[in-house]
Design a binder for this molecule. Structure first.
Ligand code: NAI
Length: 301
């Protein structure tokens, strides 16, 4: 099979001044992409900012013979998001790939979490994906080509103590990805999610050094590059870390039809084993498949 290349393609990576985003950007540029390196240069909790982080990655790419420009704006900001897309268009005239990767953390148990910390995390992860993407979407539709990768997390998929804000944002991104994959299909726009695990400044304090050595960001980027390639799947959640790649899915059990007359909470309790029986469970491709299952079961199918 031929190599995956991005010659003549324009790839935007948000939050690419360090960690995973930097690694993704280096890999796209190495494969011929014209890269747009966005990074606010913020600290892990989102405070501060300088375009130096993005500039440095651009220098690295150019030193290796690649092509890139820097953008030091915030993806969560209306003007910053619009300007990022405008800058990419002004420089290269098209947008083929968007890797929505920028992120921050404000961890605390829910009872201690200030609403401002909840909002800040939602703002960067969720709005910071939606806002630039909303400007890029019509361009991709017009081109009849687009590849989008949003960045989710095991916390969004499965939960983690102290990360209610982050989990809400990260599963929100999966909901966004699922619907955009459906809406983008007719225009050859494929939309996927990466759920990475990597040693970055975000995780360096929560994992011991021997483990961190197994979790280099370069073990995640090949998954992102594949999800952004011509042959990419769509509506898929790829998990990647330590050289392991897998697909995460949401399954729904076949369930139990309990009739229509006199339904009660006790009947739900008493039939719990049937309702939650994994035999025959399915991962649906669209929301309406759930309704179809209900009607089929109710009609005795
Ligand atoms: P990181 O902190 O090294 O990278 C995040 C980058 O986003 C930083 O360079 C930061 O300056 C930038 N950023 C923050 N707010 C921004 C804004 N408003 N506009 C533009 N850029 C902004 O962390 P890491 O680990 O590389 O994270 C990358 C993504 O991967 C994040 O979305 C994170 O939630 C996700 N992730 C990481 C995991 C890990 O194990 N490292 C696990 C699961 C998800």
């Amino acid at each position: 099979m031929s190599d995956i290349r991005f010659d003549g393609k324009v790839v935007i990576v948000t939050g690419a001044g360090g960690g995973l985003g930097r690694q993704h950007a280096l890999e796209f540029a190495r494969r011929g992409a014209q890269a747009v390196i966005n990074d606010l240069g913020a600290s892990v909790d989102g405070s501060g900012g300088s375009s130096a982080a993005a500039d440095k990655v651009v220098e690295e790419i150019k030193a290796a013979g690649g092509e890139a420009i820097a953008d030091g704006g915030s993806v969560a900001d209306d003007a910053g998001a619009e300007n990022l897309i405008k800058r990419a268009m002004d420089a290269y005239g098209r947008i083929d790939v968007m890797i929505c990767n920028a992120g921050i953390l404000r961890d605390k148990s829910f009872s201690k979490m200030e609403m401002a910390d909840f909002a800040a995390v939602l703002n960067v992860h969720l709005w910071g994906t939606v806002k630039p993407l909303h400007h890029a979407w019509p361009i991709m539709r017009e081109q009849k080509y687009g590849r989008v990768v949003v960045t989710t997390s095991s916390t969004g998929l499965y939960g983690n103590f102290g990360q209610a804000n982050y989990g809400a944002a990260k599963l929100g991104l999966v909901g966004l990805m699922k619907t955009l994959a459906i809406e983008g299909e007719r225009d050859n726009i494929k939309v996927n999610a990466i759920s990475p695990i990597a040693a970055t400044r975000m995780t360096e304090n929560v994992m011991p050094p021997p483990l961190l050595e197994k979790l280099l960001p370069e073990y995640v980027s090949p998954g992102v590059v594949y999800l952004a390639s011509e042959e990419a799947p769509t509506a898929t959640i790829l998990t990647a870390g330590a050289g392991v790649f897998s697909v995460a899915k949401l399954y729904e059990t076949e369930g139990a039809w309990l009739g229509e007359g006199g339904l009660s909470a006790e009947e739900v309790r008493d039939n719990w084993a049937r309702i939650s029986d994994p035999a025959g469970q399915q991962a649906y491709g669209q929301g309406n498949e759930q309704i179809q299952k209900m009607i089929r079961r109710a009609m005795g199918g």
